[in-house]
Design a protein around this ligand. Structure first.
Ligand code: ADP
Length: 170
């Protein structure tokens, strides 16, 4: 069963003791606002130093660093699409973020993963549509890896509602 390995959790992702948390970063990987800023503040300056060496990240792709002062061992940095109305491959790029994070986690044998609602903050992706993509890609990853556990972090009530609806759709 995949459903019992998806958890919705109202939390600050920086507090979670998991193998890896996912960061909704920007193309520079050099820090920003929202969850990105919170992760850098909690991880400490060593995280920024490692990110400097990564040379940025294209939208839809993912890169890994250590977690430093975070309880999580690793951070998977992915760059979600900015919402430009929906006909600029936003849905495909968001799906690619999830797929590339799950693929990276599999390559590194990471089994507990916590993810924020990528692109749904400053980047403006509609929360309901983003939740449907997140749940679809999470289910696919869980089906492919029986040892995987995924926490979808709800930082606000709208995000939780969007995930609950997406989980109840099918
Ligand atoms: P993006 O630029 O990809 O939209 P944001 O950081 O602005 O990224 O928002 C992505 C999601 O992360 C939003 O749902 C936002 O509410 C959530 N978020 C912000 N801070 C945290 C945090 N500390 N822990 C978990 N989720 C967070």
């Amino acid at each position: 069963m995949t459903e019992e390995r998806i958890e919705l959790l109202d939390s600050d992702i920086t507090t979670l003791k998991v193998d890896a948390i996912v960061n909704a970063a920007n193309n520079s990987l050099l820090g920003g606002g929202g969850v990105d800023g919170a992760i850098h503040r909690a991880a400490g300056p060593e995280l920024l130093a490692e990110c400097f060496g990564l040379g940025g990240c294209p939208t839809g792709k993912a890169k890994i660093t250590k977690g430093y002062r975070l309880p999580a061992r690793f951070v998977l940095h992915t760059v979600g699409p900015v919402w430009h109305g929906g006909d600029h491959s936003e849905a495909e790029l968001l799906a690619a973020c999830y797929r590339n994070c799950f693929a990276l986690a599999a390559r590194q044998h990471l089994t507990t993963l916590a993810l924020p609602a990528i692109s749904t903050g400053v980047y403006g992706f509609p929360k309901e549509a983003a939740a449907i993509i997140a749940v679809r890609e999470t289910r696919a990853a869980l089906a492919a890896r029986p040892e995987l556990k995924v926490i979808l972090v709800c930082f606000n009530e709208e995000t939780r509602r969007a995930y609950e609806e997406a989980l109840n759709r099918s």
